[in-house]
Design a protein around this ligand. Structure first.
Ligand code: KIV
Length: 272
């Protein structure tokens, strides 16, 4: 029997909250295009993040800073067209929300209107309080992001583990509580010590999703190109590779080239 789109129950913020309450871990991956989003959605992923990591993995930039709001909307609209079930969150890119809450609201509204996404994510705590409040007041679900926040890479100077020192750990705990109090529906914690992530997840009522934050959080997120092994060079300790697509794709393309050169492809059955 075929499944009608209307039969598929879409994941909501309410369901994510229920998952935390009953101890069911939330699965989340990045996606940037229609084809990949269709595969991840059909496999049953709970949340898809149209991350500004598109700047790295799709566009080849060294950091997430160059990607624009228009480019994020293009990726988000492509993902949305491939999704029936997952909750789709889109990163507000660098420069589209910091320092000006009116601009932050405009950026969030553009993402929601022009892509059809279900929520947005932004990086930071106290510093972006006003922007978070304005966006939430428009009814847009907001996911926070603390710990290693790649949009601030030039402030940190490195991609090493964050919040190892007491003062930074305390600020992270305070920021997480603030984001929950403001009304965020979830928070991503990136590359922080496992025990600190546990403390935050245990303290907050909303779901806490980790990347390099250990097992004691409410869900996990990875960049899909990293976990599928498309990206060979990126090997942080927290990354588990579930496939070697780099190897599989290289072999397939090498075979194709050989078949074209030897005139094995196309054969008679592959021609009209
Ligand atoms: O942009 C991204 O991919 C992210 C994840 C690393 C959480 O923000």
């Amino acid at each position: 029997m075929s499944v009608h789109k209307s039969d598929i129950k879409r994941v909501t913020t309410h369901q994510l909250q229920n998952m935390k309450e009953r101890g069911e871990k939330i699965s989340m991956l990045t996606a940037y295009d229609y084809s990949m989003a269709s595969i991840l959605d059909a496999a049953g992923i709970d949340v898809l993040l149209v991350g500004d990591s598109a700047s790295n993995v799709m566009a080849g930039h060294e950091t997430t800073l160059p990607i624009t709001l228009d480019q994020m909307i293009y990726h988000a609209a492509s993902v949305i067209r491939g999704v029936d079930r997952a909750f789709v969150v889109v990163d507000l890119p660098f420069g589209s929300y910091q320092g000006n809450s009116s601009e932050a609201l405009r950026s969030a509204i553009r993402i929601m209107k022009e892509s059809g996404a279900h929520g947005i994510k932004l990086e930071g705590g106290q510093e972006i309080k006003e922007s978070v409040t304005r966006i939430l007041s428009a009814g847009v679900p907001v996911m926070g992001h603390l710990g290693l926040t790649p949009q601030s890479i030039y402030k940190f100077g490195t991609y090493s583990v964050r919040a190892k020192e007491e003062a930074e750990a305390q600020k992270l705990i305070d920021d997480a509580k603030l984001l929950e109090d403001l009304g965020c529906f979830a928070i991503v914690l990136e590359k922080i010590p496992s025990n600190l992530a546990k403390q935050v997840a245990d303290t907050l009522n909303i779901p806490v999703i980790g990347i390099g934050a250990g097992p004691h959080v409410d869900g996990q997120v990875l960049v899909v190109h990293d976990m599928l092994g498309i990206n060979k060079e990126f090997k942080p300790r927290f990354l588990r590779r579930y496939a070697d697509l780099h190897g599989i794709m290289t072999e397939a393309v090498t075979n194709y080239i050989a078949d074209v050169k030897s005139q094995d492809f196309p054969n008679e059955k592959e021609a009209y």
